[in-house]
Design a protein around this ligand. Structure first.
Ligand code: SF4
Length: 343
């Protein structure tokens, strides 16, 4: 089994190498593991690395280099293994011989290695270029897929096979349906990936008369690849690069116009009335985007920082409740003005 966390990692590519892909979404920031709670650490990245540290069935883990926090977290299993003197440690962070070079044990981790009673999985850092308009960036992504393929071959399986039928069609084995708004206020949620416990935001919106018709978090629709094209089987690497690297919008991309174009298109299609914009504490990329989004988004918007705890405390619930009230009043006001012909 190979675990991954980023929507930029194609599960088809893992499966084509004979491994079972498993996307890990940690339940809560309190996941036990080698990395303690600390200032400056994104709770999602920390929970992810702690979770893979105590999942013994994993052959490997793929981490995309889409933010500093994840790049740093990807070093933890290697450092922990180095501190324990494990011979299985093999990081794919760099190419060639450097990929297998041991890393000096981190003092922070040295004291907690005794808690782990199994070998840590091999970690592959997949470099995803921030720029995307130049064809060279697409070729780089394809080269990274091939490098990941060689890493998986070293882990013990054969060469790439045909993609499995269950991935053919829409790119993912299963995609949730967009809920129908009915009489509820249609709301969009945008942000990075969420911990499972943070998905409670969706039910808080529902409890206040709304429905999330557009899930723009990394767990949701924003992370879906483009549909499979005819080249899928003939040139798998090229097709995967186009469908994943060429299509998935994210705040780290430069320029990140894909994100705004996607949001505009999908929000208009679903007649979204309000936007809830989220970021995890210490997530610089999405936090920085909040200011630009506020200037750009034409309707009511709520910026919410998901703090290190479960992130959805009473104050956060209260803010969502007040926001939904404002959206509802704004809607009523808009209808009133349209009826009176006031612009
Ligand atoms: S929430 Fe932000 S900082 Fe944390 S892993 Fe995701 S992108 Fe990186």
């Amino acid at each position: 089994m190979i675990a991954f966390e980023s929507p930029f990692v194609p599960p088809e590519w893992i499966e084509a190498h004979g491994f079972q892909p498993m996307r890990i979404i940690p339940e809560s920031p309190h996941e036990e593991g080698p990395w303690p709670l600390s200032e400056g650490m994104c709770s999602y990245a920390r929970a992810f690395i702690n979770m893979i540290s105590h999942t013994p069935a994993l052959a490997g883990v793929v981490v995309a280099s889409t933010c500093d926090q994840m790049r740093r977290m990807a070093q933890v299993p290697g450092e922990t293994a180095g501190a324990r003197g494990s011979s299985r440690f093999a990081s794919g962070a760099a190419g060639g011989a450097a990929a297998n070079a041991p890393v000096a044990p981190a003092p922070l981790l040295a004291g907690c290695c005794h808690a782990l009673d199994h070998d840590l999985p091999s970690v592959f850092v997949m470099h995803v270029p921030a720029t995307w308009q130049d064809p060279a960036a697409h070729r780089y992504f394809q080269a990274e897929l091939r490098r990941m393929g060689r890493w998986m071959e070293r882990l013990g399986c054969g060469r790439a096979q045909q993609p499995q039928p269950k991935f053919v069609g829409d790119g993912r084995a299963k995609q949730p349906q967009t809920p129908s708004p009915g009489t509820a206020l249609p709301i969009a949620v945008l942000g990075p990936h969420l911990l499972r416990c943070q998905e409670r935001i969706f039910s808080i919106v529902s409890a206040n008369g709304g429905v999330v018709v557009l899930d723009g978090t990394g767990n949701g629709e924003r992370g879906w690849p483009a549909p499979v094209d005819r080249r899928g089987a003939a040139n798998l690497v090229e097709s995967l690069a186009d469908r994943y690297f060429g299509a998935i919008p994210d705040a780290f991309r430069r320029p990140n116009t894909l994100l705004y174009a996607w949001l505009k298109r999908e929000a208009e299609k679903r007649e979204v009335r309000g936007l809830i914009f989220l970021w995890q504490t210490w997530c610089d990329i999405w936090h920085a985007e909040a200011w630009r989004m506020r200037e750009w988004w034409p309707g009511p918007m709520l910026s919410l920082e998901l703090q290190g705890g479960d992130g959805i405390d009473a104050a956060t619930c209260g803010r969502i409740e007040a926001f939904m009230e404002a959206v509802r009043n704004g809607d009523a006001e808009g209808r009133f003005r349209r009826k009176r012909g006031v612009r």
